[in-house]
Design a protein. Structure first.
Length: 214
C-alpha cells in the first residue's frame, strides 16, 4: 500500500494507514495473510494429509527423532489443469539421512529415487502411489510434531521441481498455483520466508503477483 500511494503521489500519515487497515480487518473486508500481507479472500486453504500419513508413520516409527517433511502431488491433484492419475511423494530430510531413509522405504515396498535429475526423472522415475523422491532438506522446520508440509512450502517445492524433475512445465505449475491462490487464502509471509531461504523469493513473489493481477 505504501508503494502504491507513493507511485500515485498520495500523502498519508502512518497512523491513518494503520487505522484504515484495522477498520478493513474489523469489517472483514480484508483478512490477514501472514505478517505484512492481507487478502480479500475469506476462505483459508485446507490441505488434506491422508495420502502421506502412512509414510510419515513408517518413518517416525523407525526414526522418532528425525526431522523431515513430506508431501504428495495427490494432495493437490484437484488443482491441476489436467487431472493426474499418477502421483509422487516427496520427502525432505538432512542429506546425512538420505541413504538410511531410502533403505527403509525400499525395504517396505516403495519405489524410491534419491535426488534424481530432470533427465533421470524422464528416463527412470515411474509414477504411482508408491513412488517417493528423496530430496535434501534446508534449514526449514515444520511445526513441532507435524511432518506433513504446509501448502506454503509445497508451492515453493513444486516450483523447484519444475527445474529439478520432469513432472511438469512452468505453464502447468502456474495453473496449479493460480487455482490455489485465487480461490483460497494462504500465508504469504511463511511462503516467502521459505522461498528466501532457498534464494527464489523474488521469483515466487513475481509469479504470485502476476497471477493475481491477471
Amino acid at each position: 500500500m505504501k508503494k502504491y500511494f507513493a507511485e500515485i503521489n498520495i500523502k498519508y500519515k502512518k497512523d491513518s494507514l494503520n487505522k484504515t487497515i484495522y477498520r478493513l480487518k474489523k469489517e472483514r473486508i480484508i483478512y490477514e495473510a501472514g505478517r505484512g500481507w492481507y487478502s480479500t479472500i475469506k476462505k483459508e486453504f485446507v490441505l488434506h494429509t491422508k495420502s502421506v500419513e502412512k509414510i510419515i508413520k513408517l518413518i517416525k516409527k523407525k526414526f522418532p527423532l528425525l526431522e523431515f517433511s513430506c508431501w504428495s502431488t495427490e494432495q493437490i491433484k484437484s488443482y491441476f489443469h489436467h487431472l493426474p492419475s499418477k502421483f509422487v511423494t516427496f520427502v525432505y530430510v538432512d542429506k546425512d539421512f538420505l541413504q538410511s531413509l531410502k533403505d527403509l522405504l525400499t525395504d517396505n515396498g516403495y519405489n524410491v529415487y534419491l535426488n534424481p535429475t530432470k533427465s533421470e526423472t524422464a528416463k527412470y522415475v515411474e509414477l504411482n502411489k508408491r513412488t517417493i523422491i528423496l530430496r535434501s532438506a534446508i534449514s526449514y522446520r515444520e511445526p513441532k510434531n507435524q511432518n506433513w508440509s504446509k501448502i506454503e512450502k509445497i508451492i515453493v517445492d513444486l516450483f523447484m521441481e519444475t527445474k529439478k524433475s520432469n513432472l511438469m512445465d512452468m505453464e502447468e505449475y502456474e495453473k496449479i498455483i493460480s487455482n490455489i491462490i485465487l480461490n483460497y487464502r494462504i500465508n504469504m509471509a511463511i511462503m516467502l520466508n521459505y522461498a528466501h531461504q532457498i534464494k527464489i523469493e523474488d521469483k515466487i513473489k513475481n509469479i504470485v503477483i502476476d497471477l493475481s493481477v491477471h
